[in-house]
Design a protein around this ligand. Structure first.
Ligand code: ADP
Ligand code: ADP
Length: 230
């Protein structure tokens, strides 16, 4: 059974007279326990795909199902509800509230869902090397710290699906390995089905994936296998 099912997704943008085909028939199936990494040069469609999976953007064609529920081509309120229920999302545009500390940002989604877990938030922040930044505000963080704080904010409420854009941006190799370890532990947890889809430029992070898929101009590169390995 797939936790995440993407069938023939298209996303065209129209700006003035220009048409950009950001996604051109992308299919993907991710099983529980899988860590999938998306590679592809800038502009290949990684961010667009993650935004569509998160229901933040809606494709022009195709279907996206999350935990058996249809995400694509649904009203925004429906997509937001499905996202809150099943998805943790960390995008490059940032998912941290500027007026909340790192710790309070980590607790935010769980608080909204009625189950804040401060012990888990502190533990995850410690594991990604932000134990000394609990009470800092986002504006005080470096780029690498922002990415890791954003990742923990996406993980603390323990969603089924983690979607993250460059979670190890601007960190050293040792820290990157710690972050990868946190994500691996997340997808293999036994408390329920979990999976992760990460966009990255890091081959070091890609080595930790169960599957590596490469986007090229909105399509999978030939050697990409978009069916689940499990
Ligand atoms: P990356 O994900 O590689 O960091 P971005 O997603 O920010 O890069 O941007 C990739 C390309 O998409 C850039 O060429 C940028 O100009 C273009 N782009 C992003 N957002 C828009 C937009 N709202 N309108 C037009 N082009 C955009
Ligand atoms: P990546 O994340 O791999 O860098 P993106 O998904 O950001 O790629 O971009 C894919 C293509 O879609 C690019 O050609 C980009 O310019 C275009 N694009 C992305 N967002 C927008 C937008 N909001 N409006 C117009 N074009 C966009």
């Amino acid at each position: 059974m797939s936790l995440l099912q993407v069938h023939d997704v298209y996303r065209f943008y129209h700006v003035a007279d220009e048409e950009t085909r950001a996604l051109r028939g992308v299919s993907l199936s991710v099983a529980p326990g899988e860590l999938v990494v998306l590679l592809g040069r800038s502009g290949s469609g990684k961010s667009t795909l993650l935004a569509s999976l998160a229901g933040l953007d809606d494709p022009n064609g195709g279907q996206i199902d999350i935990a058996g529920a249809r995400m694509s081509r649904r009203p925004e309120a429906w997509r937001a509800e499905l996202r809150a229920e099943h998805i943790g999302v960390m995008l490059q545009s940032g998912n941290l509230m500027p007026h909340l500390t790192v710790l309070d940002n980590a607790l935010l989604t769980g608080t909204l869902l009625g189950r804040p877990d401060e012990a888990r938030a502190r533990d995850l922040l410690q594991q990604v090397g932000l134990g000394y930044r609990l009470h800092a505000y986002p504006s005080q963080l470096s780029g690498g710290e922002t990415a890791r704080a954003g990742l923990v904010a996406a993980l603390t409420h323990n969603p089924a699906v983690l979607l993250a854009d460059e979670p190890t941006a601007e960190v050293d190799a040792e820290t990157e390995d710690r972050v990868a370890g946190v994500i691996e532990a997340f997808v293999t947890q036994r408390d329920g089905p979990h999976c992760a889809v990460l966009a990255t430029h890091s081959t070091r992070l890609a080595r930790r994936a169960d599957r590596v898929l490469t986007l090229h101009d909105g399509r999978w590169q030939d050697d990409s296998d978009a069916s689940p390995s499990a």
